[in-house]
Design a protein around this ligand. Structure first.
Ligand code: DX5
Ligand code: ZN
Length: 228
């Protein structure tokens, strides 16, 4: 599988979201998913956007939406993003009251179900729960803001999750979010990440479309080295 690149529109111009989606989505080298950071100013200190904006974005792009819900009570709010047509909906393990039920609701609504863990949250308590999920999103910064420095220590959790997938204990796509750039993506790829979220490294580049292709090329060469 080629590495997936998911530009985060948190670093895009919110007044021009349709154009910002288009600029990274063009051609075979374009974005695989568009990462949409939903923040509620409770689970994280920042406030971004919610369901109405996601519904509009779904009409404006054919690129699958990867909705990352950094919100309290995802049990109540997450299924609507799946019903609206998001491709993957990720909730935080620290916020979900019944993460197994959330995953069932998301899948029943036709989406892939994602579970995210913050840098300080261990993987082990969630291994059985992850049997109900399609993606694991490992945060490599404290959620809330773009443009922070990558935390390499979270790669131990990626390596542990990779082993669980490669030995057949879990069937998961492994995603990483926070501080991914040309200088950090190879370490993440070598640890076993499949899907790379990048906000400032894409939208802060002179040519965001080329930045997507360049990040994917770096991740692919790291995957080749690591898999032999
Ligand atoms: C942070 C968000 C990220 C953010 C990443 O809480 O979840 O998706 O956009 O931004 P960069 O790539 O700039 O670290
Ligand atoms: Zn995110």
């Amino acid at each position: 599988m080629r590495p997936l690149i998911a530009p985060s529109i948190l670093s895009a111009d919110f007044a021009r979201l349709a154009d910002e989606a288009a600029v990274v989505s063009a051609g075979a080298d374009g974005a695989d998913w568009l990462h949409v950071d939903v923040m509620d100013a409770h689970f994280v200190p920042n406030l971004t956007l919610g369901l109405p904006v996601v519904e509009s974005l779904l009409k404006a792009t054919t690129t699958p939406l990867d909705c990352h819900l950094m919100i309290d009570d995802p049990d109540r709010w997450a299924p609507a993003y799946a019903e609206a047509g998001a491709y993957n909906v990720t909730v935080h393990a620290e916020a979900a009251a019944d993460p197994v039920m959330v995953a069932k609701d998301l899948r029943a609504a036709g989406a892939r179900a994602g579970l995210s863990i913050k840098p300080g949250t261990p993987l082990e308590p969630y291994v059985e729960i992850l049997r109900h999920y399609d993606t694991l999103l490992v945060m490599s910064v404290e959620p809330g803001f773009g443009g922070q420095d990558f935390m390499p220590e979270v790669l131990d959790k990626v390596r542990a999750a990779r082993r669980l997938v490669d030995t057949g204990h879990l069937q998961l796509l492994l995603e990483i979010d926070g501080g991914i750039s040309a200088s950090t993506i190879e370490a993440a790829a070598e640890a076993g990440v499949d899907c790379f979220v990048a906000g400032s490294a894409v939208y802060g580049a002179d040519d965001p479309g080329r930045a997507v292709a360049a990040l994917r090329a770096r991740a692919a060469s790291a995957h080749d080295r690591w898999r032999g």
